[in-house]
Design a protein around this ligand. Structure first.
Ligand code: HEC
Length: 103
């Protein structure tokens, strides 16, 4: 029983540190144009999470000029972030998707 409790505790600590990283990346690179639940220059993460899957989100971060038409925009003013690592992109996408049902 004790071992189960410890395993669960470690699991939640790990989840917590992943989400913290996603939040840090968001604040560093995206916050000027995107907010979590409010519309800013770009759509809120809640809006994005409600209509995109992980692959679409990562595709737009890396190459917005390649996806904006598909996403229904007439032009794109988001810069491409093509120097982020696969791990950073993964964390950012997971962070965005957390806002799916946030009020
Ligand atoms: C200079 C402002 C700016 C910055 C910085 C920026 N974005 Fe954007 N973003 C936009 C705008 C404007 C749009 C609307 C579509 C477009 O212009 O390409 C957008 C669209 C998006 C979309 C697709 C929206 C949809 O309809 O699904 C995603 C996903 C996204 N941004 C994620 C990010 C992430 C993650 C970061 C940080 C790494 C970031 N953006 C940084 C301005 C920005």
């Amino acid at each position: 029983m004790r071992r189960v409790v410890i395993t669960i505790a470690i699991f939640f600590m790990a989840i917590h540190s992943w989400s913290a990283d996603g939040e840090k990346l968001f604040k560093k690179y995206c916050w000027g144009c995107h907010h979590q639940t409010a519309e800013a220059f770009g759509p809120s993460f809640r809006t994005i999470a409600s209509k995109r899957d992980k692959g679409e989100i990562i595709a737009h971060i890396v190459d917005p000029k390649g996806t904006y038409k598909l996403f229904g925009y007439t032009r794109s003013s988001m810069p491409a972030f093509n120097d982020l690592s696969a791990e950073e992109l993964d964390k950012l996408a997971d962070y965005i998707l957390k806002f799916k049902d946030k009020k």
